[in-house]
Design a protein around this ligand. Structure first.
Ligand code: PBG
Length: 324
């Protein structure tokens, strides 16, 4: 039986009906807001390719973190811009490092925000790669120890969740082992399990000053053409002890989000990355798109694809728009 018995338009007639039958509901609680911590005090430097996003010293991070919490956003993810870079990214381990100090300040202020830290070396190495370089190659196993140390130092500073984004094989196991050996068995791991080698990270590399100085990340980040391989990466990370997994970027990988959601019963996060943000901002600034409408449509789409958790630079705007 079809028309005229069936008229799908019956359920679209007014706001109340549409709201009643809506399948996907974006909520502020599922949002995570990324932030960039830099040295100094009173520093608040806008990232030119990401309007509304700033590199900030710890004092300024604190102010914005308070605002993020008051908006009802569940958490933040911190990226560090260290004072010094070296071949091994050792400044990422310092108890007085930028990220560690930011976490401590947030803990001291007793904010209820979840503090997630990005665990990687690219922001801290002078060559800008996500691991240690040996003979011109990013050396997998030599990198694991320093990643585990970094995760440990974030946990010690008070992080709730560590999120390795380096894409070295075996990092989840190395981090889990290190955390457990140091009585941090309750610190969760959100692994960037399916992280693609993407052009959409361009603006982030300006924000985090982390562009590779030679070569690219193709030997460790995934080939954009592969989806089955993403399922393998997720499976391995879960076996190694990941509590939650991430697909990144989001928009060009909605099919991957859906397949991960269907195949694994763990929380799935999606990272609506810098380039996805900048495209919308640029178009909106030119008056070519209705920013609010498009951002809500994009994030609803990512959630509809299967993401439970949305990491997005739009989080504060979305929280304001969703306020009843
Ligand atoms: C660090 C890292 C990157 C992003 C998150 N963690 C950049 C990269 O891999 O080059 C990208 C985030 C974004 O583009 O918003 N490894």
């Amino acid at each position: 039986m079809s028309y005229p018995t069936h008229r799908p338009r019956r359920l679209r007639r007014n706001v109340a009906l549409r709201s009643l039958v809506r399948e996907t509901r974006l909520t502020t609680a599922s949002l995570i807001y990324p932030m960039f911590v830099c040295p100094g005090t009173k520093v608040r430097q806008e990232v030119s390719s990401m309007p509304g996003v700033y590199q900030q010293s710890v004092d300024q991070i604190m102010e914005e973190a308070r605002e993020v919490e008051s908006l009802g956003i569940s958490g933040i993810i911190l990226f560090g811009l260290p004072e010094n870079k070296d071949p091994r990214g050792l400044s990422s381990l310092h108890a007085q490092g930028v990220v560690q100090r930011a976490i401590e300040a947030i803990r001291k202020a007793k904010l209820k925000l979840l503090v997630i830290t990005d665990v990687c070396l690219c922001e801290y190495t002078d060559h800008g790669h996500c691991g240690i370089v040996e003979d011109g190659e990013v050396a997998n196993d030599a990198t694991l120890e320093i990643l585990a140390q970094q995760a440990f130092s974030h946990a010690r500073a008070g992080a709730d969740i560590v999120a390795p984004s380096d894409m070295m094989d075996g990092r989840v196991a190395a981090i889990r082992k290190m955390l457990d050996a140091n009585k941090f068995e309750n610190i969760a791991i959100l692994s960037y399990a399916a992280k693609y080698c993407s052009g959409f990270y361009g603006p982030f590399r300006e924000a985090a000053q982390s562009a590779p100085q030679f070569g690219d990340r193709r030997s460790y980040q995934m080939d954009p053409a592969n989806a089955r391989e993403a399922l393998k990466e997720v499976k391995l990370d879960l076996e190694e002890g990941a509590d939650m997994v991430m697909v990144k970027p989001a928009l060009a990988y909605l099919d991957v989000i859906r397949r991960v959601r269907d195949q694994f019963d763990v929380p799935v996060a999606a990272y609506n990355v810098s380039g996805e943000y900048s495209m919308v901002k640029a178009a909106a600034q030119n008056g070519w798109l209705d920013e609010k409408r498009v951002v809500l449509e994009i994030l609803t789409g990512i959630q509809r694809a299967g993401a439970d958790i949305l990491l997005t630079y739009h989080a504060k705007d979305v929280a304001r728009w969703l306020k009843p």
